[in-house]
Design a protein around this ligand. Structure first.
Ligand SMILES: [Fe+2]
Length: 389
């Protein structure tokens, strides 16, 4: 009897341990912010059915009312077999502050058919701290503030230091402009390199708009990067509109020829850039882009004076289109050195390159684009103003 009792107690203790083991492991981080939505991403220690409770910020306690639950669904079916959870909050109102809470319910057993046995629920804390909050992009107006980080190359501490002096409550989104890691080898590496540091500094409330550099294209896990930073439409390159301000994110591909030994036979960027150029031609001809009050381009590899194949190909394809598109400024990285080149006959818009140990802040308003570059000490090292036409 004693033996049976101790076995039962041991089993109960084991079950408790397993239940305790279920938790939110990384995040949440927000991405792909638009005027009508945002995507919430986080991970759990075991597969789970996950949802987000979201509500406009009416100033009342989050516990004042029940909130709508949003799930990740694929073709009408809620997802319950994943540890990486990604939920698009659609149909939001523009320029509106929302609060949200994430939930995951552990899937203990799911052996056949839809006999799913659930376990504990883990959730973000809204009891002893404020619920997470974010603001959708506006549908009108010409004011916007965003931060750009590039060429972090896995130096999470450097990135955290750059973010420390920034008041992210003033910032609409943070653009990653390429080379956040040297290569993408595993989920653990993504967390260590920059995701956890982003969550610690801003990303649960200030969304990330991810723009690839040439290093994001490398590594055994590189093809899964977009699962961590999903974009509606599924392309890395995308036009974001914040009111009448256009932010055009362009994907550079690799810098060397596709056949280079460094790419292990996997490079197919010439064809990719050609597809992207066709999209770019249509996008800059669209009414929303032509009517924009400001047009800012983010491209990891700066255009002008390119000597490597990737740079030259980008210039051949993109420059004729962008030169006729009234671009106000291009923000780039890649060289790891600050540089600024005013518009000239070859590149008819200014190109500003942020170095690999600085944070760039861009403010649009009062008829101009103001760009300030902050060094590691949080002091402004370079400042530029671009009057809007
Ligand atoms: Fe880089």
């Amino acid at each position: 009897m004693k033996k049976i009792l101790s076995t039962i107690l041991a089993l109960a203790a084991c079950t408790t341990l397993l239940a305790q083991d279920f938790k939110i492991t990384h995040g949440p981080w927000l991405c792909d912010l638009t005027s009508d939505g945002v995507t919430v991403v986080w991970t759990t220690s075991k597969p789970a059915l996950s949802w987000v409770e979201v509500a406009e910020d009416d100033g009342r306690s989050f516990y004042a009312a029940e909130h709508e639950r949003r799930y990740e669904t694929v073709a009408g079916r809620k997802q319950a077999h994943k540890t990486l959870h990604s939920i698009r909050l659609k149909g939001l109102r523009p320029g509106t502050k929302y609060r949200y809470r994430i939930f995951s319910q552990e899937v203990r057993e799911w052996k056949y058919n839809d006999k799913v046995y659930y376990g504990d629920i883990a959730a973000s804390n809204v009891y002893s701290r404020q619920p997470f909050a974010f603001r959708t992009l506006p549908a009108s107006g010409c004011d916007l503030s965003f931060v750009v980080l590039n060429d972090i190359h896995g130096r999470a501490d450097c990135m955290a230091g750059l973010c420390r002096p920034i008041d992210f409550a003033q910032i609409d989104f943070v653009a990653f402009n390429g080379d956040m890691s040297n290569s993408t080898e595993s989920p653990g590496q993504l967390y260590r390199d920059f995701i956890d540091a982003s969550v610690g500094a801003f990303a649960s409330e200030t969304p990330i708009l991810y723009n690839r550099g040439n290093h994001e294209t490398r590594g055994v896990y590189a093809d899964f990067l977009q699962e961590y930073f999903p974009k509606v439409g599924g392309c890395y390159y995308k036009l974001y509109m914040a009111g009448s301000v256009a932010v055009l994110m362009l994907d550079c591909g690799e810098d060397k020829p596709d056949s280079d030994i460094e790419y292990g036979g996997l490079g197919a960027y010439d064809a990719y850039r050609e597809e992207e150029a066709a999209w770019l031609r249509e996008t800059v001809a669209s009414e929303e882009f032509r009517n924009a009050s400001a047009r800012i381009v983010l491209l990891h590899i700066p255009l002008g004076n390119g000597t490597w194949h990737g740079n030259i190909h980008l210039e051949e394809l993109f420059l004729p289109i962008l030169n006729d598109a009234d671009i106000d400024v291009m923000l780039s990285g890649h060289t790891h050195r600050y540089s600024f080149r005013p518009a000239n006959d070859e590149v008819r818009f200014p190109v500003l390159v942020n170095d690999n140990a600085s944070l760039l802040r861009c403010d649009v308003g009062d008829g101009r684009i103001t760009v300030r570059i902050y060094g590691p000490e949080g002091t402004v090292t370079h400042s530029h103003e671009f009057p809007l036409k």
